[in-house]
Design a protein around this ligand. Structure first.
Ligand code: ZN
Length: 169
């Protein structure tokens, strides 16, 4: 385990303790993937006995707030998945459907990203999420940005709207 993975693991433990108490007993393993998929900073693979979070290697040099927002988004996915799928068969079937629709950018995956962003805000990490999104807006061409929003991720305006709605920072 390199020092970045140790840092992620530490932060995941803190986030779970503080904001995701229902996941205290879940085994969460964190790993990295190279910069091949532009729209994802990270993704989750829920396997029956444990959960794998993958973080893009280029995230290493980002600041702590942004890293935490990415981790909180991924942990939100895990909480949603665990609530939704009470048994292994439901989990595997769900994983297959969302996985396929994620590859093709179709609706179940889109809903899934939206829900994870919303839960991230509800859990109190709206400010951090907003940082990622504003940063993305500065760096990406409008064509690329449109693709990101098409995948369900919230825009800065939507994040601000929901932060107000949930009455946070
Ligand atoms: Zn996601």
């Amino acid at each position: 385990m390199n020092k970045y993975l140790r840092e992620y693991k530490n932060n995941i433990n803190k986030l779970v303790k503080k904001s995701f108490p229902s996941l205290k007993k879940e085994k969460i393993i964190v790993s990295e993937f190279p910069r091949i998929i532009f729209w994802a900073s990270g993704f989750v693979l829920p396997i029956p006995k444990f959960n794998l979070i993958f973080i893009k290697t280029s995230i290493r040099k980002r600041n702590n707030l942004i890293k935490n927002a990415i981790l909180a988004h991924e942990i939100s996915h895990i909480e949603i998945i665990k609530k939704k799928n009470k048994n292994i068969f439901a989990l595997l079937f769900w994983g297959l459907c969302v996985g396929i629709s994620w590859i093709f950018g179709k609706n179940p995956a889109r809903e899934n990203e939206r829900k994870a962003d919303l839960l991230t805000i509800k859990k109190g990490y709206g400010k951090e999420l907003l940082l990622i999104v504003l940063n993305r807006k500065r760096k990406m061409s409008s064509r690329r940005l449109a693709l990101v929003y098409k995948r369900g991720y919230l825009s800065p305006e939507e994040i601000k709207f929901f932060m107000k709605k949930y009455k946070q920072r």
